[in-house]
Ligand binder design. Structure first.
Ligand SMILES: [Zn+2]
Length: 203
């Protein structure tokens, strides 16, 4: 069954931002609908894969379990429906400074996914809907219960890998849209996304 993406709500966006976010959502839908997307998730390597259910202790999921969770479209606490539902809010976060960027701030297992307005503006200005699409799945991973540990410098954890796979899945069709500086910002520079796994029972 094909995985779908549905934009449920989008708050805090002006007309231009909304148009570009919708384009990124469309790109995300295109990425996850590809038959090889699940295979990519299953064959990727991860530095850590911590996932916290609503109740009970965290677990490290296997790549196959991560793939199954994405395919199920389960946010934390929703039933499997094969749809990645997005409740999005654009918020004001500090613009990049001194090599530090804050792209988003999503609370673990909770909606909405929060994205920095400056990041949407930058992606729109550069025409890079692929990296924004990757970011949307990264933040969705937090809504679904995945978190960064011990901190968000752990590149290669589930949220970061999922974001990268979205971009890679679309490179052949839309690679011309990718802005290398935004790619570097998302994957090579310290980027604080605000979901560090400050979970009950986690210390
Ligand atoms: Zn994150």
């Amino acid at each position: 069954m094909t995985i779908a993406v549905a934009l449920q709500t989008l708050a805090g966006a002006d007309a231009r931002q909304e148009a570009f976010v919708r384009r990124a959502v469309e790109r995300l839908g295109e990425a996850v609908a590809r038959p090889d997307f699940v295979v990519r998730i299953e064959s990727a390597s991860y530095t850590q894969t911590r996932w916290a259910p609503g109740k009970g202790p965290w677990r490290a999921l296997t790549p196959a379990e991560i793939a199954a969770r994405v395919r199920s479209g389960c946010e934390r606490g929703t039933e499997p429906d094969g749809t990645i539902d997005l409740w999005l809010e654009l918020i004001d976060l500090p613009p990049p400074s001194g090599g530090k960027q804050v792209l988003g701030s999503t609370a673990l297992g909770a909606t909405p996914s929060r994205t920095a307005r400056w990041f949407v503006d930058l992606c729109a200005e550069r025409g890079d809907a692929l990296n924004l699409a990757g970011h949307l799945l990264h933040e969705w991973a937090h809504v679904s219960g995945f978190y960064h540990w011990p901190d968000n410098r752990a590149r290669g954890d589930t949220a970061y890998v999922l974001g990268r796979l979205v971009r890679e899945a679309l490179e052949d069709r839309h690679g011309n849209e990718i802005d290398p500086e935004i790619t570097a910002m998302m994957h090579d520079v310290e980027t604080d996304c605000g979901c560090h796994g400050e979970v009950e029972g986690e210390s």
